[in-house]
Design a protein around this ligand. Sequence first.
Ligand SMILES: C[S@@+](CC[C@H](N)C(=O)[O-])C[C@H]1O[C@@H](n2cnc3c(N)ncnc32)[C@H](O)[C@@H]1O
Ligand code: SF4
Length: 441
Amino acid sequence: MSTALALADRNVPRYTSYPTAPHFSAAIDAGVYRGWLEALPPEAALSLYLHVPFCTELCHYCGCNTRAVRKRGPIDAYAERLLDEIALLPMLHGRKLTHLHWGGGTPSILGPEWLQKIADRLGATFDLSALKEHAIELDPRRLDRTLVRALKNIGITRASLGVQDVSPHVQQAIGRIQPFELVEQAAAWLRDEGITDLNVDLMYGLPAQSVRDVARSAELAAGLVAQRMALFGYAHVPWFKTHQKLIDEHALPGLAERLEQAQVAADTLVSLGYQAVGLDHFALPSDELAIAAREKRLRRNFQGYTTDEADALVGLGASAIGKLPQGFVQNAPDLAGYARAVSAGTFATVKGLTLNDDDRLRGTIIERLMCDLELDLAAFGGPARFAAELEALAPLAKEGLLRVDGARVAVSERGRPFVRIAAAAFDAYAAKSQKRHSVSV
Ligand SMILES: C[S@@+](CC[C@H](N)C(=O)[O-])C[C@H]1O[C@@H](n2cnc3c(N)ncnc32)[C@H](O)[C@@H]1O
Ligand code: SF4
C-alpha cells in the first residue's frame, strides 16, 4: 500500500459538527434545551431542520435515520407529532427563519396535505418573510406532478435529488432501481413549476461500481445542469446500520479504487464546468455555494456544506440535531421515544453537549479547514499553541497532501479527499473516541 493510501486507511468523522454527535451526553435534556431556547436573543437569525424518517423501501446502502413504511398510519401519526413539537416553540413566535430544510428519509412521503399543514403551522409560528432558502430532499422515484405542485405551494425553492449511480448493475447491487429518465423527468417537473435550484446526490465506493460507472454517472448528472452536486463516499457501517448487511462486501471497491473513483468523478465534474466545494460538493461557479467557497464564507452543518449563517439551528423530528449558541441538542432517535415526549408536551431531547471555549475554538478551526481547505493558525492563538496538532499533520505534509508554512496550513488539490484526516488532528475528542466511523475517503 502506498504511504498516502496507508494514511487514508483510518476511520474518521465527517465533521458536520464539532464535537461530533457520538460525544453528546444525556446531561443535556429537555429542560436544558428549553432554557437555551428561551435565552436566544430576539434578533437571532434562525434556521430550521425537519426530519422525516420514512421511505417506501430501504436502499441497501442507506446510512440515514429512516425506515420502510407501506401504510399511512405511522406517517400520519408522525406528522401529528411534528405539529405537537412545533406547538412547544411559543418562545420563538415571530422569530425570523432564514433557512428551512426538510430532510430524511424521504420527507415528501408526508404527502401534499401534511406538507401544507406543517408548512402552515411553521408559517404561523415563525416569520418566514426573510427566508433565503426552503429546501427538501426528494427521491426521484417517488415524485409526480401533484406532489411537485404541493412543494411549490408551500414555497420550496431548492430540491435535492438522490441519483447515486446511473448503471443498472450498480442499482441492482444497492437495491435501488432508478432509470435515469426518472431523474430527468423529476428535474423537468420541478423546473416547470418554478423550483429551479437543484442539487443532485451521487455516490462512489458502492458495490459493483467501477471507475467508469462513476465517471458516466457524473457525466449524465452534469447534463441535468443542477446548480449543485454532492459526491458522497459510501460509508459502510453494517455494525451500526444492520440492513447494510444486504451489501455484498466482496463487491465493494478497495481503498485505492475508492480514491480513484472520487478523483475521476471530481475531474469529470470540473471538466464539465463545476467548481469543487470543500470535501465532497460541486457547484456551478455562479451558484451562491461556489461564490461563498471562493470568498471563504462557506459553512458546514449537519446537512453538509451550506451558505446558512444563522445563529441557531432548530431541529424538529426524531433524531434531529439542533445547535444553539450554548451547544448541541439531539432528539430521541427512536419513533416511540420521540412520540412519547412531544405528545406529552415536552421536548424529545435525549442528549447534547454544552460547548466550552476549547470546543468553540477547535470547532471553528475544523469548520474552516473543512470549508476553505486552508487555515491560518495566527487567528487562533498562533502555531506554538498547536505544536502537537501540527506534528500530527507532518505525515500528510510529507506526502504532499498539505503544506504547513509557519502558521498556515493549506491542503493541496490532491489532498482534498484527505481533509477529514487533517481536521482530525485538531479534534481533542478523537483520541478518547470509542466509536467506529466509516473509512476516511
Ligand atoms: C436522505 S437521502 C436523499 C433523499 C432521498 N431519500 C433519496 O434517496 O433520493 C440523502 C443522501 O445521503 C446519501 N447517503 C445515504 N446513505 C449513505 C451512506 N451510507 N454513505 C454515504 N452517503 C449516503 C445519498 O447520496 C442520499 O441521496
Ligand atoms: S437513500 Fe433515500 S430513499 Fe434510500 S433508504 Fe436512504 S433515505 Fe430512503
